[in-house]
Design a protein around this ligand. Structure first.
Ligand SMILES: Nc1ncnc2c1ncn2[C@@H]1O[C@H](COP(=O)(O)OP(=O)(O)OP(=O)(O)O)[C@@H](O)[C@H]1O
Ligand SMILES: Nc1ccn([C@@H]2O[C@H](COP(=O)(O)O)[C@@H](O)[C@H]2O)c(=O)n1
Length: 381
C-alpha cells in the first residue's frame, strides 16, 4: 500500500480509537491531498450531543474551507451515511476510501449513482469486481481485507451506541437482563458485556451481600428491620466466596422481599445503569424498575428441571454433595418468592425479548442473546 494511503488509514483508526476512549462511536476520518494529510476528525455525536458531527463531517470541518476538493481523498473508517455521502457529492470529492463496510453498509446505492462515476471499481491486481467497495476501487482487494479487520473489530464494540437511547444517557446504552435463578442470565450478561464493551453488574450479588450480612449480624432475614440494617455491608463483603453459595442465595431471596432493602439498593444499581458509556445489569427487576428505559431488555429463562440440572453439575464440580431433589425444591421456593413478592416481582417486561435456554448450549444461548440485542437496537435506529 502506498505511504500516504497507509498513513491516512492509520490516522482513521487512531481517530476512531480516540472516539472510543472518549465513550463515543469509533469512527474516524482523514482528508488527504497528494502526500499530505490535510485534516483528521472523528465522530463526536455522543460526546457533544451533536447529531450531525459524524467522523467525515468533523474531518471536513477541521480542514476548513478548501478552494477545491478535486485533488483530495477522503478516508473513513466506516461506510458513509446519506448525509456524509451528500456532502462528498456536494464538495465534489472524487475519491473515498472506506476502511470497512461490513459492520454497517450505508447508502451504497446513493453513492453508486451519484458519487464517483468515472472510477474503475476493479481490484487493480486481481481485476476482481467488488460491489461493496465501489468507491475504494483503487485498493488491492487483499489490502482492503487487511485494513478492514481492525476497523471492523473496533466498530463492533461500540456501533450500538448509535441508537437514540445512547444519547439519553450521555454516551452509552443500557442492556437489562432479567430471569429466574440459574437460567443462565449471568453467563449471557457477562458475554454481552464482553461483546459490546460494557461494564456489567450482577445485582443478585448485592442482595446476596445483604443476606450474608444479616446472617453475620445474627439477624432474621424475614424481619424487615434486621434486613434493612444489613444493607450497610462493607464493599469487601462482595468478594466473599460464601456469597455464591446456595444457602446465601436463599437468604438473599428472603431479604429481597422487603421494600426497605430494595430502596436501599436502588441508587447503587441506578447509578451503575446510567453511568456514561452505558452498562449491562442482570437481576430480577432491571428492565421493569432499575432501568425501565433500557435500550435492550432480555428475559432469560429455562425449565426448573434444566436449571436444577445446571446447578447440580455446578455443585458436583465444587465437590458439594446435594441431591437434585433438594436443589429443585429450593429453586421452586425461590422462584415463588421472587415472582409473588409485592415490591418489584420477577415479571417479563412488556418490551423484553424472552430467551428460553433449556435446550440451548451456553454458546447457543449467548449467540441468541447477541442476535436479540442486535435486533432490538436495530429497531431503535
Ligand atoms: N445454556 C446453558 N446450558 C448449560 N449450562 C448453562 C447454560 N447457561 C448457563 N449454564 C450454567 O448454569 C449455571 C448457572 O448459570 P448462571 O450463573 O449464568 O445463571 P444465573 O441465572 O445468573 O444464576 P443466579 O441467579 O444464581 O445468578 C452455571 O454453571 C452456568 O455455567
Ligand atoms: N435484581 C435482583 C437481583 C436479585 N434479587 C434477589 O436476590 C436473590 C439472589 O439473586 P441471584 O441472581 O444471585 O440468584 C434472588 O433469588 C432474588 O430474590 C432480586 O430480588 N432482585
Amino acid at each position: 500500500m502506498s505511504g500516504i494511503r497507509q498513513r491516512a488509514i492509520d490516522a482513521c483508526y487512531e481517530q476512531a480509537l480516540k472516539s472510543y476512549h472518549e465513550g463515543g462511536l469509533p469512527i474516524g476520518s482523514t482528508l488527504t491531498r497528494g502526500d499530505e494529510i490535510i485534516a483528521v476528525g472523528h465522530n463526536r455525536r455522543v460526546q457533544q450531543g451533536n447529531p450531525i458531527l459524524h467522523g467525515e463531517m468533523d474531518c471536513l470541518q477541521n480542514a476548513g474551507r478548501q478552494t477545491s476538493y478535486r485533488d483530495c481523498t477522503l478516508y473513513t473508517s466506516l461506510s458513509p451515511c446519506m448525509m456524509c455521502s451528500g456532502t462528498i457529492v456536494q464538495f465534489k470529492i472524487p475519491h473515498v476510501v472506506i476502511c470497512e463496510n461490513r459492520s454497517h453498509l450505508r447508502e451504497p446505492q446513493f453513492r453508486r449513482e451519484r458519487a464517483v462515476p468515472a472510477r474503475s471499481w476493479r481490484c487493480r491486481r486481481h481485476r476482481r469486481r467488488s460491489p461493496l467497495h465501489r468507491i475504494d476501487g483503487a485498493l488491492h482487494c487483499r489490502e482492503r481485507r487487511a485494513m478492514g479487520g481492525r476497523h471492523r473489530r473496533l466498530n463492533r464494540t461500540r456501533l450500538s451506541l448509535a441508537n437514540p437511547g445512547a444519547a439519553r444517557h450521555g454516551n452509552g446504552m443500557i442492556i437489562a437482563v432479567d430471569g429466574p435463578t440459574a437460567s443462565g442470565k449471568g453467563t449471557i450478561a457477562r458475554a454481552l458485556a464482553a461483546h459490546f464493551g460494557l461494564p456489567h453488574l450482577d445485582t443478585g450479588l448485592l442482595y446476596r451481600a445483604v443476606g450474608r450480612q444479616c446472617a453475620l449480624n445474627g439477624g432474621n432475614p424475614d424481619d424487615p428491620a434486621d434486613a434493612r440494617a444489613a444493607c450497610t455491608f462493607p464493599d469487601s463483603l462482595l468478594d466473599d466466596p460464601e456469597l455464591r453459595s446456595e444457602a446465601t442465595g436463599g437468604l438473599a431471596s428472603r431479604v429481597s422481599i422487603h421494600s426497605d432493602v430494595r430502596k436501599a439498593l436502588y441508587e447503587r444499581q441506578r447509578s451503575f445503569a446510567t453511568q456514561p458509556g452505558g452498562a449491562i445489569l442482570d437481576g430480577r427487576d432491571i428492565g421493569t424498575v432499575i432501568a425501565p428505559e433500557a435500550d435492550a431488555k432480555l428475559f432469560v429463562t429455562a425449565s426448573v428441571e434444566a436449571r436444577a440440572e445446571r446447578r447440580h453439575s455446578e455443585m458436583l464440580e465444587q465437590d458439594r454433595a446435594v441431591s437434585i431433589e433438594d436443589i429443585t425444591a429450593d429453586l421452586a421456593a425461590r422462584d415463588k418468592r421472587d415472582r409473588t413478592r409485592k415490591d418489584s416481582p420477577l415479571v417479563v417486561a412488556e418490551d423484553a425479548l424472552v430467551i428460553e435456554t433449556s435446550g440451548l448450549r451456553r454458546e447457543e444461548a449467548i449467540a441468541a442473546a447477541i442476535a436479540a440485542v442486535d435486533a432490538l437496537l436495530a429497531e431503535h435506529r
